[in-house]
Design a protein around this ligand. Structure first.
Ligand code: 2BA
Length: 109
């Protein structure tokens, strides 16, 4: 058995949950925050049999989209902040960052 942890953008989380549950998969949504942008994202945990992993990854790929974000970097410490004009930096965020972990044991009480 595997635990698939998929970090997705909030905007894609509902579509992915619907696709997963409609296809008979079990999933848990955890509200998370990205360490770099410090913005809310979503981590969807899916426990599934080994032979269903590719199917789940297909659903994740189908529902999670790449988006372009512009962020203003903070002033470098070496420069006086009154002379610093921040240039927004373009970032590609998403579709999904996925970790697949082996599950040693699974119990349900
Ligand atoms: P954040 O950490 O808020 O990162 C958002 C986006 O900022 C990233 O998109 C990437 O384009 C950029 N970014 C992140 N760290 C950077 C850095 N040190 N320098 C320059 N740009 C950087 P994604 O790669 O699509 O990641 C989306 C979210 O997935 C991340 O949000 C984080 O919550 C999670 N994530 C990504 N890789 C991870 C990893 N190796 N471990 C844990 N969480 C991860």
């Amino acid at each position: 058995m595997k635990l698939i942890m998929s970090i997705v953008q909030r905007e894609d989380a509902d579509d992915l949950l619907k696709l997963l549950t409609d296809a008979g998969h079990k999933a848990t949504l955890v509200s998370t925050t990205g360490g770099f942008l410090r913005e809310g994202n979503a981590t969807i945990c899916i426990g599934t049999e080994d032979d269903k992993v590719e199917e789940v990854l297909g659903l994740v790929g189908e529902s999670c989209h790449t988006r372009t974000r512009y962020v203003s970097p903070l002033a470098p410490l070496t420069e006086p902040s009154e002379f610093y004009i921040p240039e927004p930096v373009e970032l590609e965020v998403g579709g999904a960052t996925v970790f697949i972990l082996d599950v040693e044991r699974y119990e349900k009480f």
